[in-house]
Design a protein around this ligand. Structure first.
Ligand code: GAL
Length: 335
């Protein structure tokens, strides 16, 4: 009898403890700790790789590749999370949950990578670009999606090669006047910056071709200069990422320099996005990189760090835990 009671008590206790245990994982997050396991507010691993962050009202929305093991194998997923402090992320939904849109074109092992989202103030739509491809990455196209709301369902509108060029990894940049630009790796030549049409659904014109073979592209405008970052083409294996600067998107671009000591291979990460936080006291630019786990993509980690930037130089400091006061823009490091 006593034994049965103990068993029942243990069972009840474990039932009570299990959800709390999972919840504990996320309440522990006091800071952004690059490379560490990172849970959303429901206690699930955050799945938003190769993505971007968009500000909407007082909230930040994170979009990225969702490689969760529970995903259906014939679909590709883009997840969306929201946060007010960049530490605690609430899962909104799979904003893209797509089946092969054209089996005649894309093979079964098709891919959808590096989603980037921008709000179009002229059409009041949220537009997403992503890299869509088939086996061997030979199609090299972009996919364009649209949604009425930031965390809504993003409908695939079309896929194409920008201005007829190959396009693999992409990045996006939005100017203050509402003009938007696509950055894309164009394998034969290097990478390009192209201006989008006013509704963001097509490409208006080529702005610049940079003869450097770079991917994982990110761009920011900071104190009168454009800074562009990218990684060399080594797949999911990290390498020494580089940056260049220019006064205009057309260039001329400076020579490329390492963003971190080259032997660290960008602290085992690959660039993907630059987030600018304009605070009341300072403007902080954050590097969003991925530490890919090639055979377990769901377990890939995030290397997010505030950059040391200004006067034409950009440096990714050694990763450590940090947080940001989203109102003032001031970063503090956490032991
Ligand atoms: C990288 C790229 C990733 C993914 C990977 C596949 O070069 O940045 O987004 O496509 O290759 O090997």
């Amino acid at each position: 009898m006593r034994c049965r009671l103990t068993l029942i008590t243990t069972l009840l206790l474990s039932l009570a403890v299990a959800p709390a245990g999972r919840a504990a994982a996320h309440t522990k997050h006091q800071a952004i700790c690059p490379g560490a396991l990172w849970y959303d507010t429901q206690g699930h691993l955050i799945e938003a790789h190769g993505g971007c962050i968009v500000k909407h009202g007082n909230e930040y929305y994170l979009f990225g590749e969702d490689h969760s093991r529970r995903n259906q194998p014939d679909r590709r997923y883009i997840a969306c999370y929201r946060s007010t402090d960049l530490i605690h992320w609430h899962y909104c939904r799979a904003v893209v949950e797509l089946k092969n849109p054209d089996p005649a074109l894309f093979t079964q092992d098709w891919i959808l990578e590096r989603p980037k989202v921008l709000y179009n103030r002229f059409t009041h739509r949220y537009i997403m670009y992503a890299h869509i491809d088939g086996r061997g990455y030979s199609l090299a196209r972009v996919a364009v999606f649209s949604s009425r709301t930031i965390a809504g369902h993003y409908r695939l509108l079309r896929s194409f090669r920008p201005l007829g060029h190959q396009s693999r990894d992409i990045g996006m940049y939005q100017a203050r006047n509402g003009k938007a630009y696509l950055l894309f790796e164009d394998r034969p030549s290097g990478f390009r910056i192209a201006e989008l049409s006013q509704n963001y659904l097509s490409i208006k014109k080529n702005i610049c071709l940079i003869h450097h073979h770079l991917e994982g592209l990110g761009l920011v405008h900071y104190h009168g200069l454009y800074y562009i970052i990218g990684s060399h083409l080594t797949g999911y294996a990290p390498n020494a990422d580089v940056y260049a600067t220019a006064r205009s998107l057309q260039g001329p671009w400076s020579r490329f320099r390492n963003i971190a000591p080259p032997q660290t291979k960008t602290y085992k990460s690959q660039s993907g996005f630059l987030l600018k936080i304009v605070g009341t006291r300072r403007t902080t630019v954050i590097y969003l990189g991925d530490r890919w786990m090639m055979h377990r993509l769901w377990n890939s980690r995030y290397i997010w760090m505030p950059l040391q930037i200004g006067g034409g130089t950009l440096r990714l400091p050694k990763p450590r835990c940090w947080r940001i006061n989203i109102h003032t823009g001031v970063v503090s490091f956490v032991p």
